[in-house]
Design a protein around this ligand. Structure first.
Ligand code: NAD
Ligand code: WQD
Length: 350
C-alpha cells in the first residue's frame, strides 16, 4: 500500500508526535518499538488523540525473524526509523550497547527492507554528526565528525546509507538531521518523558519549574556567545513531526520504488537539516520558560560539560527548498507546550 509506513521507535518522544502528524496527513502506520525507552501509555494516548487504535507491535529492530514477519504481513511504502538509544553520557559508558542497538539494529532493519523490496527510508539523524562546526549556520555540506559513541553510531549509519545508495540506485534514503527537539503536543497528553534525571536542557528546566528538581546547573558562562552560555537551535517537536510528513510526501513524489508503480525517479542518499535556523542561549530559554510558567527557576553556573560546543544552529534552506517545510513555532510556544505537558503529567507517563 502506498500510504502505509512502518514507524520504528514510534512509541518514543518524536515518534509519538510524528504518528499524529502522519495520521492527520492520511498515512497508515504500524508502530514497532521494544519499549526500552518508552511506555505503552504513549501509544494509548496517541490512539485517544487520533480517535482510532494504533497498530502496535512490541519488538526489537535487532530481531530479524520478527521484523520479517511484520514485513510479510504488511505492504509498506517505506520506513520511518526512529528506534535507537540517544543518551550521550550513557553511550560513553556503554559503547557496545549503542553500536549494537543503533548500528546493528539499523543493519538488520535495512536487510529486511531490502529483502522485501521496500526502498524508502527516513532516518533519524542528528546535528551531532557535525561535531564542533567551523561555520554557522550549519548546512548539509558541512564536514562531519563525532566525539562520542552515540554520535558515531549516527555517523556510521549515515555512511552505511550513503554506501547503500551507491550500490543500489533504486534506494531512497533521507537522513533528517534534527537540531534540538523540545516542546510537546498542544493537548498536553504526550511529551518527553526522560528516565531518571534529564540530561537535556528543556526537560531539566521543566522539572525544576514543577518542583521535581531543585535547581538547574548551567554548564558554562564563558562561551563566546551573546551571554556566555551555550546557543542551540531549539525546534518544536510538532514542527519536527511535520518535517517527517514533508519528507514522506517528497518520497511519494520523487522515489522510484518497487512497491509503487507510478514512480518518478531515485532519490539516493539525501541528508536534510530540520532546525529553525535560529540560535537561542541557555539563559534566554530559562527566561522564556520562567515567563510562560510563572514559576521560579533557580539556577547556578557550573563548569562546562565535557564534549559541549559553544553554538549550533541550522541552515534550514534545503528543507524549505526541497520539502517545502519550515519550522513555524516560537520559543514561547515551545515553552508553553512543554509546561502544559509537564504540569499536567508531573511524573510523565508513570
Ligand atoms: P526516544 O528514546 O523517546 O525514542 C526512541 C524509541 O526507540 C523509544 O521508544 C525506544 O523504546 C525505541 N527503541 C530503542 N531501541 C530500540 C530497538 N532496538 N528496537 C525497537 N525499538 C527501540 O527518543 P526520541 O527523542 O524520540 O528520538 C528518536 C530518534 O531521533 C532517535 O534515533 C534519536 O537518536 C534521534 N534524535 C533525537 C534527538 C533528541 O534530542 N531527542 C536529537 C537528534 C536525533
Ligand atoms: C543544550 C545546552 C548545555 C543541560 C544533545 C545531544 C545531541 C542531540 C540533542 C540527539 C548546552 C546546556 C544542558 C543542563 C545546561 N540528541 N545545559 N544544563 O547537548 O545540544 O544536544 O541533545 O541526537 O546529540 O548531544 O542538548 O539539551 O543537552 O544541551 O546548561 O542541565 O544546554 O551545556 O549548552 P545538546 P542539551
Amino acid at each position: 500500500m502506498k500510504n502505509k509506513v512502518l514507524v520504528t521507535g514510534g512509541a518514543g518522544y518524536i515518534g509519538s508526535h510524528t504518528c499524529i502528524a502522519l495520521h492527520e496527513a492520511g498515512y497508515e502506520m504500524v508502530v514497532y518499538d521494544n519499549l526500552s525507552n518508552s511506555s505503552v501509555e504513549a501509544i494509548n494516548r496517541v490512539s485517544a488523540l487520533i480517535d482510532r487504535p494504533i497498530d502496535f507491535i512490541q519488538g526489537d529492530i535487532r530481531d530479524k525473524k520478527r521484523l520479517n514477519q511484520v514485513f510479510d504481513e504488511h505492504k509498506f511504502f517505506g520506513v520511518i526509523h526512529f528506534a535507537g538509544l540517544k543518551a550521550v553520557g550513557e553511550s560513553v559508558a556503554k559503547p557496545l550497547m549503542y553500536y549494537d542497538n543503533n548500528v546493528s539494529g539499523s543493519i538488520t532493519l535495512l536487510e529486511v527492507m531490502m529483502a522485501h523490496q521496500v526502498d524508502n527510508l527516513i532516518f533519524s539523524s542528528s546535528a551531532t554528526v557535525y561535531g564542533d562546526p567551523k561555520t554557522l549556520p550549519i548546512d548539509e555540506t558541512a564536514p562531519r565528525s563525532c566525539t562520542n559513541p552515540y554520535g558515531q553510531s549516527k555517523l556510521m549509519i549515515e555512511h552505511m546509507l550513503e554506501d547503500l545508495a551507491t550500490a543500489y540506485p533504486s534506494l531512497n534514503l533521507i537522513s533528517l538531521r534534527y537540531f534540538n527537539p523540545v516542546g510537546a503536543h498542544p493537548s498536553g497528553q504526550i511529551g518527553e518523558d526522560p528516565n531518571d534525571i534529564p540530561n537535556n536542557l528543556m526537560p531539566y528546566i521543566s522539572q525544576v519549574a514543577v518542583g521535581k528538581l531543585e535547581r538547574l546547573s548551567i554548564f558554562g558562562d564563558d562561551y563566546p556567545t551573546v551571554d556566555g552560555t551555550g546557543v542551540r537551535d531549539f525546534i518544536h517537536v510538532t514542527d519536527l513531526a511535520q518535517g517527517h510528513v514533508a519528507a514522506l510526501n517528497y518520497l511519494q513524489q520523487h522515489a522510484s520504488s518497487n512497491s509503487s508503480s507510478d514512480a518518478a525517479g531515485s532519490v539516493g542518499f539525501l541528508p536534510i537539516n530540520l532546525g529553525t535556523g535560529k540560535g537561542t542561549s541557555v539563559l534566554d530559554l530559562v527566561a522564556a520558560f520562567t515567563k510562560v510558567s510563572k514559576q521560579p527557576i533557580p539556577y547556578q553556573f557550573a563548569a562546562r560539560r565535557a564534549g559541549d560546543i559553544a553554538s549550533c544552529y541550522a541552515s534550514a534552506d534545503k528543507a524549505k527548498e526541497l520539502l517545502g517545510w519550515e519550522a513555524k513555532l516560537s520559543i514561547t510556544e515551545m515553552c508553553q507546550d512543554t509546561w502544559r505537558w509537564q504540569s499536567k503529567n508531573p511524573n510523565g507517563y508513570a
